[in-house]
Design a protein around this ligand. Structure first.
Ligand SMILES: C[S@@+](CC[C@H](N)C(=O)[O-])C[C@H]1O[C@@H](n2cnc3c(N)ncnc32)[C@H](O)[C@@H]1O
Length: 383
């Protein structure tokens, strides 16, 4: 099956160029994913966009809410490719996509083939109407599009070999676990402690075990699974805490106006090195962890003090040295604790985190636990 509806030679050349670009960048490594990208006419799913925009490696924004926040988009090709590779959809698989747009569902249909089945669910009827129309136009009439809250899955089409969530989730809904086949895989952009990773989990017995993770950004889930980060305002942004950190103390006044103390770690990291693994390590180890919003850097708070990670130029212009800056009476202690953990991460834990998800806290493996409404996330670190 190939999506040939409304295709044209200029669209075809731009599509070939996009695939070549994603292969050259090392983003597409799987030949079947490359073939799917070469087959699906992306421009049909973003009818208002000029061809050059449709085939750029960029998100195409489709809808904003009244506050101007993006609530629907057709995702960036590179993140779509990375998540499809994480999902490893096989011919014959039954696949559920949560968050529609049509484009990704068509790619999934290419991968699952005629013996497979693809269902895509979106909470927004405007999105499902558009996805239905575009899928028909592009020749993917057998993809089933459902308008519903994806937090409940689509039970009438279950079980699924693969579930791919394309909207930021704070939790693993019970329905997703129940609708996944034993040994099945779910790929979900999971947000914790202010950072989002698309994590591929396999269902092993009664729980999920991570197989890979990619840092990403998606629009936020609406409906029953919607959540929020609590923002404690400061002069320069604020401190963001997760819902499960409700009881954690934080300064009741703008501590950033107090004199600052600062110390340097001696640890240099490449300027381009993503530090989100370090931030999650700090979140695992430091009570009062929060995110200094505006700068999106790791911080730790008490009832009257705050310390946060900072950096300065390293010796060679390519590296930066990590340090910590603090304000308030506990600043010195908070700085020392944070820098101890930076040293520990640098010495032993740079291989990154692994994740497990359990539906109950009856038996949790050792690690850092994050309690969500319907699941418990455990973060562990290989030495
Ligand atoms: C990034 S877009 C999906 C992109 C799409 N998969 C594509 O092919 O490019 C995220 C979508 O998730 C939808 N969404 C938000 N909350 C949802 C929920 N609870 N259930 C289902 N869909 C939801 C939004 O309406 C939006 O259309």
């Amino acid at each position: 099956m190939t999506g040939v509806g409304s295709d044209s030679a200029p669209a075809g050349s731009l599509r070939t160029a996009l695939v070549q670009q994603l292969v050259a960048a090392g983003t597409i490594r799987d030949e079947r994913v490359a073939a799917a990208f070469a087959a699906v006419p992306r421009h049909v799913f973003v009818p208002h966009a000029p061809l050059e925009i449709a085939y750029a490696d960029d998100v195409v924004l489709m809808k904003h809410d009244q506050a101007g926040v993006v609530i629907s988009s057709v995702s960036q090709p590179s993140i779509v490719a990375l998540m499809l590779q994480q999902a490893a959809i096989r011919p014959g698989d039954r696949v559920l996509e949560i968050g529609s747009g049509g484009y990704n569902a068509a790619l999934m249909r290419e991968l699952a083939g005629p013996r497979g089945a693809v269902t895509s669910v979106d909470i927004d009827p405007e999105v499902t109407d558009r996805a239905r129309e575009s899928l028909d136009e592009a020749g993917y009439g057998d993809v089933v599009v459902v308008q519903a809250d994806g937090a409940f899955g689509v039970p009438e089409r279950a079980p699924y070999d693969r579930i791919v969530v394309t909207v930021t989730a704070w939790d693993i809904a019970g329905a997703w676990l129940r609708q996944l086949r034993p040994g099945g895989r779910i790929v979900v952009p999971l947000r914790m402690r202010g950072q989002t990773r698309a994590i591929a989990f396999d269902l092993v017995g009664d729980h999920l075990e991570s197989r890979s993770a990619t840092v990403c950004g998606f629009v936020s889930m609406q409906g029953a699974g919607a959540d929020y980060e609590r923002l404690v305002p400061l002069q320069d942004g604020g401190l963001a805490f997760d819902e499960d950190q409700e009881g954690e103390p934080h300064p009741q006044y703008d501590v950033l106006t107090l004199p600052a103390e600062q110390k340097w770690s001696g640890i240099q990291v490449h300027r381009e090195e993503p530090l989100l693994d370090l931030f999650l390590w700090l979140a695992s180890k430091l009570p009062g962890y929060c995110v200094l919003s505006g700068r999106e850097w790791a911080a730790v708070a008490t009832a009257d003090s705050l310390a946060y990670l900072t950096s300065r130029n390293g010796k060679d212009g390519v590296h930066i040295e990590l340090g910590c800056r603090g304000h308030g009476p506990d600043a010195g202690e908070l700085i020392d604790h944070m820098l101890d953990q930076v040293q520990s991460w640098d010495a032993k834990h740079r291989r990154g985190p692994a994740f497990q998800v359990h539906a109950s806290d009856a038996v949790l493996p050792p690690g850092f636990h994050i309690a969500r409404r319907h699941s418990y996330i455990t973060v562990t670190w290989a030495e």
